[in-house]
Design a protein around this ligand. Structure first.
Ligand SMILES: [Zn+2]
Length: 200
């Protein structure tokens, strides 16, 4: 080997604490969200003739750069998070209610069931039905050449309808046993300073 290779890595973590008052039972709770980021860097020297002092300097500089970049990265991640969508949700530990401001992240969980699966089934059915109609000559000649656009257009319309209905059902799903809860509270959100959890 004609050179030295240096590498450094670091993982950082910041913890978000969400405190809230339940909109249904009025009790006070909090839960945590962990954001993590890792960063690493390596560097090679041009030759093997590097003094131990120089090696120490390179390693120190690399470690410092990795640390700064890992911190920048986690700060960017935190800035880019969508409060309503990315921080998960929990059922109220007291009564099981999902708060109105958690709904968007809970809807994501039910979307597969109410939106994705039905829209895939409809897409396949439409394709099969239109293909059969085309094969059997039930669709007029002039429409035939637009067959693919016909299927696609119909699918988009039906998908939008499924999406709208699916979102409505998904919004109700987690809280369906609670009836009308009209109170809307706002959570209090605090982030810890990013902390190094692993380095190498
Ligand atoms: Zn509650």
């Amino acid at each position: 080997m004609s050179f030295y290779e240096f590498s450094a890595s670091e993982s950082v973590e910041a913890i978000r604490t969400v405190s809230y008052q339940c909109e249904n039972c009025g009790r006070q709770y909090s839960y945590l969200f962990h954001a993590r980021e890792s960063w690493s860097k390596s560097e090679q020297t041009a030759t093997k003739h590097v003094s131990s002092n120089e090696r120490f300097d390179i390693a120190t500089r690399l470690k410092k750069a990795v640390h700064e970049e890992a911190i920048d990265r986690i700060n960017d991640t935190i800035k880019g998070l969508d409060e309503h969508k990315d921080f998960g949700f929990e059922k109220c530990p007291g009564c099981g209610y999902i708060q109105s401001w958690m709904l968007r992240s809970s809807i994501a969980k039910y979307k597969i069931k109410y939106i994705r699966i039905p829209s895939i089934i409809v897409a396949v059915l439409l394709f099969v039905v239109v293909s059969l109609l085309l094969i059997n000559g039930k669709i007029r000649q002039d429409v035939e050449s637009y067959g693919i656009f016909l299927v696609f257009g119909l699918w988009v319309i039906i998908y939008l309808i499924i999406r709208w209905i699916g979102t409505k059902i998904a919004q109700k799903e987690p809280n369906k046993t609670f009836g009308a809860v009209n109170r809307k509270n706002t959570p209090i959100v605090t982030w810890s300073e990013p902390k190094v959890i692993e380095e190498g």
